[in-house]
Unconditional design. Structure first.
Length: 84
């Protein structure tokens, strides 16, 4: 399955509404060397960069939540909220 950046972006925003709730910037880039999507969340001075394996991105588009990414987003939100 081919993963389109716009489709993955929309799916991640749907699965993790806290991205919109906290008005985070989300960017995605595919790293061929790692065979993974580089996911960046950013707001102000706060930034999280993590990766999403290609197979996990495909599973996300199929409706399966990306557990690892969800944990990363949750931790980022805790750090972000603590810093406000």
């Amino acid at each position: 399955m081919s993963v389109e950046p716009k489709a993955l972006d929309a799916k991640l925003r749907e699965m993790y509404p806290e991205i919109a709730k906290h008005k985070l910037d989300l960017s995605l880039n595919f790293d061929k060397g790692k065979n993974a999507w580089i996911v960046k969340l950013h707001k102000g001075v706060h930034e999280l960069t993590t990766h999403l394996e290609k197979k996990d991105a495909e599973a996300c588009l199929g409706g399966t939540q990306c557990v690892y990414l969800g944990v990363q987003i949750t931790q980022f939100m805790k750090n972000f909220e603590a810093g406000e």
